[in-house]
Design a protein. Structure first.
Length: 321
């Protein structure tokens, strides 16, 4: 199978690559053309997943397709952008029709869930890696950046934390347990559902936001730095799933929730006056701390004592001191 046949069969023919709102021209030309409405800005983000680094060399291609797009689309959610389109740069060691068919199905399933259309990409030969670029639309000046948190705001998250990191030993077959208990964690790892609707609901309300990919404390550090404030996280308020608490002892579970990566939940700061309206509208929002004057992130226990751990999250290139 040649490059063009591969693109045609598995990607151009996919339901998610068919014409749709916001896409003036899709796969097949030198560029895709996206249409924005008057008064909108284009939100763009790229993520690369490398085999053996971001996912096991041997894994289910359907799940990989889902995950690759879910992880990228989460960045649109974090900006409060509405989903428009994505491109896929795929590097493959060999062409396998069964692999491609399953991968494209997984990609398509996530694309449908996120209302994202595939508008282009690149296909090359080499060690397996995937680069997904997502495009979204956001009203001018309304994007949720990391930079607007103000002392007095509440620090919130959009759901339980730690499942992604908790799933990892099971994904890597380093640990096993009954399927009924691991299922929930594995689903959160392989099919992270970007909080796109929540992100849009936070427009005009949240003062800063991001999606948690490197661990709560590390990612909160980005908000603190960009906003020039301090963040106080209350350890006992960090929400964790029943599955995580069933599979790990309390310390391990808390560590996964605070410092593990791969959650893809939104963390955001919110003036206290905006909370009730969002809760009344049915959003599941957990208040886990406050924005304070100062800098950095502090974790406190129920008595207000500083219990900040020394290691905070995953970085590919750690700073050397
Ligand atoms: P060019 O050489 O002009 O960059 P290509 O031959 O790489 O174009 O690709 C042909 C068309 O197929 C382009 O529209 C490109 O965006 C699209 N395409 C290539 N690879 C993929 C892929 N993996 N998924 C979706 N579209 C793809
Ligand atoms: Mg090309």
């Amino acid at each position: 199978m040649g490059e063009f046949e591969l693109i045609r069969n598995y990607f151009a023919a996919a339901p998610c690559a068919q014409p749709g709102e916001g896409v003036a021209l899709g796969i097949g030309d030198d560029c895709a053309l996206l249409s924005l409405k008057a008064g909108e800005q284009l939100a763009v983000s790229t993520d690369t997943l490398v085999a053996g680094v971001h996912f096991p060399e041997v894994c289910d291609p359907f799940l990989l397709g889902q995950r690759a797009l879910g992880v990228s689309a989460s960045d649109l959610a974090a900006m409060g952008a509405s989903p428009l389109a994505f491109t896929l740069a795929l590097t493959l060691p060999a062409v396998s029709a069964t692999w491609l068919e399953a991968f494209a199905r997984g990609l398509n399933a996530m694309a449908q869930q996120c209302s994202l259309r595939l508008v282009g990409g690149d296909t090359t030969r080499g060690p397996l890696s995937l680069t997904v670029t997502v495009f979204g639309a956001v009203p001018v000046g309304q994007a949720l950046t990391r930079a607007g948190a103000r002392p007095g705001d509440l620090l919130c998250v959009g759901g339980t934390l730690g499942d992604g990191a908790g799933a990892l030993p099971f994904v890597l077959n380093q640990r096993s347990a009954e399927a009924s208990t691991t299922q929930a964690l594995l689903a959160r790892y392989w099919s992270p559902l970007p909080q796109l609707a929540l992100g849009q609901a936070l427009q005009g309300k949240a003062t800063s936001a991001l999606d948690i990919s490197d661990g709560l404390l590390a990612d909160c550090g980005h908000i603190a730095l960009a906003s020039g404030v301090g963040l106080r996280v209350e350890r006992d308020k960090v929400p964790m799933s029943d599955a995580l608490l069933a599979l790990f002892n309390p310390d391990e579970a808390l560590n996964a929730a605070l410092s593990g990566g791969d959650d893809y939940r939104l963390a955001f700061t919110l003036p206290a006056s905006c909370l009730a309206e969002l809760i009344d509208a049915g959003w599941s929002i957990h208040v886990i701390g406050q924005v304070v004057e100062g800098q950095g992130v502090v974790l406190v226990d129920g008595l207000g004592h500083d219990v900040t751990p020394s290691t905070r999250g995953y970085q590919h290139f750690r700073e050397t001191r």
